[in-house]
Design a protein around this ligand. Structure first.
Ligand code: HEM
Length: 402
């Protein structure tokens, strides 16, 4: 099978359902692979790291929108997206990212642990009630979707009474990562506009009456450095936190439970045995990464000995790098105690995930509590995968807990 055929298969439902054998084929072809119209695929662990850390590789930004998305300014999601740090290069990227990072402090993240624990326990109580008679409960719906979105609301400072409407909006907005047809755009735009209106009103309240939350801190940062972070840049990046932090973490939780349901010793080793929760989370991230790929625009250079030309699309396949046999011994084995950990799932370099510590904390809290509460948790029927390649996870993961 050549690289172009692998790409075709990765785009088909079976490839999206299980891309790992296709990644193994790519590893046999090379660390960096030319794939015709699909551009350059970077599949080796070291090569991915070097691309993500090399400032010569740029992310798609406003100028790419101008070239590839005529009329993008008529779409609220792209207007916001043009300010998302994910879509910015220097000098805007370091300016805005450093201001956001100033509010996204380790102290603020660590301070969320008691709230995350309480939220997780409340959701587990609900699952216990619904599943007490042995009937199936739906883990994605009842736990994995609810925990991360509630945590982001808590982080930003969204009042509890307003949180109910966020989940569907955040979910619609996250569709922007895989827009394959124009039909999906109206719902994405509507969610983007509604969230922006909400954040604008909430920012007005927090400016008048600051609280101990991320939004109040960001407003203080932007007001103190007047002109450093515009109101629009601040508000637009709040919607980014929702899209970037919600479904990704949902998938970490779902993918981790799916592993345990099919590998009972792995669950027992976390619950009763030697595996620390942090090691378990790292191995889930490596073994079945919630984000499978990200992309850059090339410049005239070489990666892994392969020439890359200016302007060409470069896809870094994080999910493949995580299974690189040159980097990981027995890469297809789930082994939280492996000495050679270090997944690429949060990216690397200037755009390294700003929420990595938060996502890790959620996983560290959630998995042990889930498995201790429900030692008999078992699959109840076939899981339903979300038919996507970039964000990998499940729509439904039915389980019994009694
Ligand atoms: C398991 C969960 C998560 C995974 C796997 C993940 C993965 C990633 C990856 C791969 C990138 C880099 C993309 C690139 O280089 O093109 C990224 C960036 C980002 N992530 Fe996460 N993420 C997760 C959770 C979160 C959370 C909880 C938040 C916030 C609440 C968050 C906010 C962001 C932001 C704002 C960026 C953009 C950083 C920049 O461009 O400078 N993520 N994430």
């Amino acid at each position: 099978m050549d690289a172009i055929e692998v790409v075709t298969r990765l785009g088909a439902p079976e490839g999206r359902a299980n891309p790992y054998p296709l990644y193994a084929t790519l590893h046999e072809i090379g660390e960096v692979v030319e794939a015709g119209p699909a551009g350059v695929l970077v599949v080796g662990y070291d090569a991915i790291n070097s691309v993500l850390r090399d400032p010569g590789f740029r992310v798609s930004d406003e100028s790419s929108f101008d070239e590839d998305l005529p009329g993008w300014r008529a779409n609220p999601v792209f207007v916001q997206g043009a300010d998302w740090i994910l879509n910015l290069n220097a000098p805007r990227h370091p300016r805005i990212r450093s201001l956001i990072a100033r509010a996204f402090t380790p102290r603020r993240i660590a301070g969320l642990e008691p709230a995350i624990t309480a939220m997780a326990d409340e959701l587990l109580d609900g699952m216990a009630d619904r599943g007490a008679d042995g009937s199936a409960v739906e883990f994605m719906h009842d736990f994995a979707y609810l925990l991360p979105v509630t945590v982001i609301c808590e982080l930003i400072g969204i009042p509890e009474a307003d949180r109910g409407g966020f989940r569907p909006l955040a979910r619609d907005l996250a569709g922007v990562f895989e827009v394959t047809d124009a039909e999906a755009l109206p719902a994405i735009n509507a969610a983007a506009a509604e969230l922006l209106a909400y954040f604008t009103a909430l920012a007005g309240q927090r400016r008048a009456d600051p609280r101990d939350d991320l939004l109040s801190d960001l407003l203080a940062v932007s007001d103190a450095d007047s002109g450093q972070l515009t109101g629009a840049e601040l508000l637009h990046n709040l919607t980014l936190l929702l899209v970037a932090g919600f479904e990704t973490t949902t998938n970490l939780l779902g993918n981790g439970l799916h592993i345990v349901l099919h590998d009972r010793p792995a669950g027992a080793a976390l619950r009763d045995g030697p595996v620390p929760p942090s090691a378990f989370v790292e191995e889930v991230l490596r073994f079945d990464s919630p984000v499978q790929l990200t992309s850059r625009i090339g410049y005239d250079t070489k990666v892994g000995g392969v020439p890359v030309s200016a302007g060409i699309g470069v896809t870094t396949l994080l999910g493949a790098g995580n299974r690189d046999p040159r980097r990981f011994a027995d890469p297809d084995r789930f082994d939280p105690m492996r000495p050679d950990g270090g997944p690429l799932s949060f990216g690397g370099g200037a755009h390294f995930c700003i929420g990595a510590a938060l996502a890790r904390l959620e996983g560290r809290v959630a998995f042990p509590r889930l498995l201790n509460r429900f030692p008999k948790i078992a699959a109840a029927g076939e899981p339903v995968r979300r038919d996507r390649l970039v964000l990998r996870g499940f729509d439904e993961l039915p389980v019994t807990v009694a």
